[in-house]
Design a protein around this ligand. Sequence first.
Ligand code: 4AD
Ligand code: MG
Length: 440
Amino acid sequence: MKRILTSECSSKVGEVVQISGWLFNLRTLGKIAFLLLRDRGGIIQVVLEDPELIKQIKSVQNGSILEVTGKVKSAPNTQLKVEIENPQIKIENPVLEPFTIDLTKSDINAELDVVLDYRPITLRHPKSRAIFKIQAGIVQYYREFLTQKGFTEFFGPNIISASSEGGAELFTVNYFDNKAMLSQSAQLYKQMMVGVHERVFALMKCFRAEKSATRRHLTEATQFELEMGFITDHNDIMDILEETIKFITEKISLNYKAELELLGITLPSAEKQFPRVTFKEALQIYFERTGVDERAEIDLSPNAEKELCLYAKEQFGVDYIFVEKFLRVKTAFYAKPNEVDPLVTNYFDLLCRECEIVSGGQRINSYTELVDSLKLKGLNPNDFEDYLSIFKYGMPSHGGFGMGLERLTMMMLGLSNIREATLFPSDLKRIAAKSINQIK
Ligand code: 4AD
Ligand code: MG
């Protein structure tokens, strides 16, 4: 008999079917036992009445791989509206060691550190599975939307020879006898790709040697990268970003209802227009609302970001807000200075719920201006030869953004820590979820 999915059983009432999956849980109730079997389609209930079979299955640990053959019966009160009765069960691969964390409870009752210590298994918890199902959906709809809009996906390098974002947040790699770096973003390459396809996007790993042990920083993150040519200014980039987020939100709320319900989540509201305020206005709003005066600061503090999100929600009924025109001293060398006020750049951040999820803006597209800007930031133009060549050989006005996939997932799903939205997080204490102390 051919295996079918648990989710396909509802169309087979009265028929004998074969399903395979993980033993999720077993409950006994007097002389009957209820076995829950999980596969990619869902969790189905299998009713056991044979005392011999119950005895045998009782000794099998959760997680064991089972093959169940039985008759499908209607059961309106169960998740899949059907159950399996009169089963024959083959133990394909038994679990011999019981797992220390109970995955059958509605939440894993353990500290995040413990959850990460056992990451390959705790990822199987239904809530964790729901998070990463939705994350895959976010990626799918990002691709779908931008492809529709005439963007071409590209795959940039991760081992590079020059930093794109400046600063000391770089991991170096021993590359044969040379020093290489892990890319902090696909910035330089996506700009190069504008010369090739005009509109491009990518989903790229980025590596940041940031010594920040916060709820929202990773050392290895994933960025949605986008870059497009022939723009008027950064408003065109904010427009496409806003449309992308609206599209993703709508699709997720429509197609991931079960996961959202399981997680008990309302997505951030994105229907109304996202407000756009300048960096200067943002600090003024923060001051007026809280009395905290950061108007002389050169960047937004986490508290200011949080307050601006509250402001957007209260005043505009939306969970997103753009802050634009950051100070030139605080933005990357490639950010285009504003024509009216050259002390600020045509650069923006998008905040959601409580923090930044995207940075982007218009780029400088004049060769000489770019060389001057590199020097102004203390960078050596000789290190950027390939990148600079594109500006000698034809570059339109252009701009783009970088949006953190894990940051977006965290904020969309209201998670309290970015690591919950990262399969195998690396940070100051862990490499791919594994504690550095445990790595020998
Ligand atoms: O703000 P960032 O550093 O901007 C860039 O990388 C630019 N090249 C973008 C551009 O097109 N101009 O990073 C962009 C986004 C952040 O807003 C955040 O969502 C995510 O990438 N990100 C991180 N996520 C988790 N941990 C980290 N350490 C992150 N660093 C950036
Ligand atoms: Mg940023």
